[in-house]
Design a protein around this ligand. Structure first.
Ligand SMILES: NC(=O)C1=CN([C@@H]2O[C@H](COP(=O)(O)OP(=O)(O)OC[C@H]3O[C@@H](n4cnc5c(N)ncnc54)[C@H](OP(=O)(O)O)[C@@H]3O)[C@@H](O)[C@H]2O)C=CC1
Ligand SMILES: O=C[C@H](O)[C@@H](O)[C@@H](O)[C@H](O)C(=O)O
Length: 286
């Protein structure tokens, strides 16, 4: 993308759907008041994109936060994910209906397969995965999701679904921050016009105390969190930041009044392995 102006900026997915360039994460956000209030706070702060999952156990109260915010449905982009234990055509059809009921929505904007190779279905992989993608396509065609995609997928997994599928995933949501740029996965996504969504953009908080990141943030009078999110955007990745604190939620939207220099981008790109973080390289157990 060439210009970054604000939270309502969008990337265009490979099926033409517009997706707001920053998303609000809800993994480990406790179900109940905390989820409802943090989602409301995120929408009030300007977020127009919420990321949840059946696995997070908070779809009901994330949905309550969406409704309490008073935002119009077509001004909000909502993602949820197929649970790890729901890998089959039939289970995927049941799972989307359950998620929609919990969220109180008629459709989601994006529905993702959470992991390619759930432990419970490992024996039947890759058949279960091809079958699940067929289920995702049916969900898309029924209008229950405006776009469908994948998460934690590498080449071998993508090959399974493209061998029999007819819809290319719109998104691959992956672990992506300066501790791990995942060059092979992002190249695969780029080649197939699959958007790179950056999960754990703050390393689930573990990157925030790194001294080298603090030095770079100091160049801009910004927090480390803001620099990490801006780094994602400047790479063309869509960051999903989670917080349950109103001040941080707001802070994480203030990303459009500065730009990281090419030199500092290089420094950040060189931080591989920082804070001991890296992605599981074992493609067979994903
Ligand atoms: N598809 C997948 O398999 C996965 C998807 N995800 C998605 O990505 C989202 C983000 O990733 P996640 O791993 O949750 O973590 P993040 O990288 O977003 O980091 C969140 C942590 O950082 C803290 N934090 C957030 N903003 C600030 C700030 N400005 N200053 C100081 N601390 C801050 C939060 O604390 P606090 O909340 O207390 O403010 C929390 O501890 C998830 O919530 C989920 O939606 C994540 C993992 C896997
Ligand atoms: O979306 C969240 C993530 O998938 C998270 O639930 C997993 O990474 C989990 O901690 C695991 O160890 O498998």
């Amino acid at each position: 993308m060439t210009e970054l102006n604000g939270m309502t900026d969008t990337f265009t997915l490979n099926n033409g759907v517009e997706i707001p360039v920053v998303g609000f994460g809800t993994w480990q956000t406790p179900d109940g008041d905390v989820a409802q209030k943090s989602v409301e706070a995120a929408i009030a702060a300007g977020y127009r994109h919420i990321d949840t999952a059946a696995m997070y156990g908070n779809e009901e109260t994330v949905g309550a936060g969406i409704h309490a915010s008073g935002i119009k449905r077509d001004e909000l982009f909502v993602t949820t994910k197929l649970n790890n234990n729901a890998h089959s055509f039939d289970l995927s059809q049941q799972a989307i209906d359950t998620s929609l009921t919990k969220l109180g929505l008629d459709y989601v904007d994006l529905y993702l397969i959470h992991w390619p190779n759930p432990v419970s279905a490992r024996d039947s992989y890759p058949d279960s995965l091809a079958d699940t993608w067929r289920g995702m396509e049916a969900i898309y065609k029924a209008g229950k999701a405006r776009a469908i995609g994948i998460s934690n997928f590498r080449q071998a997994h993508l090959d399974v679904i493209t061998a029999t599928g007819s819809v290319m995933p719109a998104v691959n949501q992956i672990f992506l921050n300066p501790s791990d740029l995942q060059p092979e996965v992002t190249a695969m996504n780029d080649k197939n016009k699959i958007l790179n969504e950056a999960y754990s953009p703050l390393g689930t908080g573990k990157l925030l105390s790194d001294a080298r990141l603090a030095t770079v943030a100091g160049h801009y009078g910004k927090s480390v969190a803001q620099v990490l999110l801006r780094w994602s955007l400047q790479h063309g990745f869509l960051p999903l930041a989670k917080s349950v604190h109103e001040d941080r939620i707001r802070q994480n939207t203030e990303l459009f009044d500065f730009s990281i220099s090419a030199e500092d981008m290089k420094t950040l790109d060189g931080l591989r392995g920082v804070a001991g973080l890296a992605t599981n390289p074992d493609t067979t157990t994903w």
